[in-house]
Design a protein around this ligand. Structure first.
Ligand code: GDP
Ligand code: MG
Length: 194
C-alpha cells in the first residue's frame, strides 16, 4: 500500500465538538514543530498518522464558523483559498442539538462549491436515541452537499475510526508532511493550542 497524506479543513459551528474530535482522532494532543513552508500560514489543529499508511493534517477552515447576516464575497474567497490548499473538507454537525439550522446552512452554503470532497460528521450521537439520530443524518444529507455522512461520537470514539479511514482514502498518494515521531508519544510537547 502506498502512503497517502494531505490536508483536511475542519468546519462547524462552535461547540459541535471539533476540538474533541481532533483529540479523538489524534489520540493525544501534540505540538507541531515544523518550518515547512506549506504549513506555516495555516492553523493546524492536529496531525493523525498511521505509520506507512496515511497522515492527515487537520486545519481550521477560517471565517465561516459563525453565521453572519450574509456570506460575503470576502468570506467566500477566504474559504475557497483554504480549500484550494486542502485535499478534503470535514463539516462537523451537532446531532444532539438538531442539524440543519441557520448556522449549519450558512457553512454548507460556503462549502457548496468546493472542488475537494466534503465529508460530514454528525457528532454527539452518544447523547441521542436512534430516531433523532436517523433524523439528524437525514437533515445532514438535506444540506445539499455531495457528501458522505458519518454518525460519530467524539466523546466515546464511536465511528471516529471509520471516519478517519474514509478521510485518509480521499488523500493523494505522497510522502508525509511531518515525521511520525513529531506527532506521537512526546508528552513534553503536548500543547496544541485551541
Ligand atoms: P468545538 O467548539 O467545536 O471545538 O467543540 P468542543 O470540542 O469544545 O466541544 C463542545 C462541548 O461538546 C464540550 O462540552 C464537549 O465535551 C462536548 N462534546 C464534544 N463531543 C461530544 C460527543 O461526541 N458527545 C457528547 N455527548 N458531547 C460531546
Ligand atoms: Mg474548539
Amino acid at each position: 500500500m502506498t502512503a497517502r497524506s494531505g490536508f483536511v479543513a475542519l468546519a462547524g459551528r462552535p461547540n459541535v465538538g471539533k476540538s474533541t474530535l481532533v483529540n479523538a482522532m489524534v489520540g493525544r494532543k501534540v505540538a507541531i514543530v515544523s518550518d515547512k513552508p506549506q504549513t506555516t500560514r495555516r492553523a493546524i489543529r492536529g496531525v493523525v498518522t498511521k505509520p506507512e499508511q496515511f497522515q492527515l493534517v487537520l486545519t481550521d477552515l477560517p471565517g465561516v464558523q459563525r453565521p453572519r447576516d450574509a456570506l460575503t464575497q470576502r468570506m467566500q474567497r477566504r474559504v475557497e483559498t483554504e480549500l484550494a490548499e486542502s485535499d478534503a473538507a470535514l463539516l462537523v454537525l451537532n446531532g444532539e442539538q438538531g442539524v440543519g439550522g441557520p448556522g449549519d446552512r450558512f457553512i454548507a452554503e460556503a462549502l457548496a462549491g468546493a472542488k475537494v470532497p466534503v465529508v460530514i460528521a454528525v457528532n454527539k450521537v452518544d447523547a441521542i436515541r436512534r430516531d433523532p439520530t436517523v433524523a439528524a443524518l437525514q437533515a445532514a444529507d438535506d444540506l445539499g452537499l455531495d457528501a458522505e455522512v458519518f454518525p460519530i461520537s467524539a466523546r466515546t470514539g464511536g465511528g471516529v475510526g471509520e471516519l478517519t479511514e474514509h478521510l485518509a482514502g480521499l488523500l493523494p498518494e505522497g510522502p508525509f508532511y511531518f515525521p511520525p515521531e513529531e506527532v506521537s508519544d512526546q508528552p513534553e510537547r503536548v500543547m496544541l493550542a485551541e
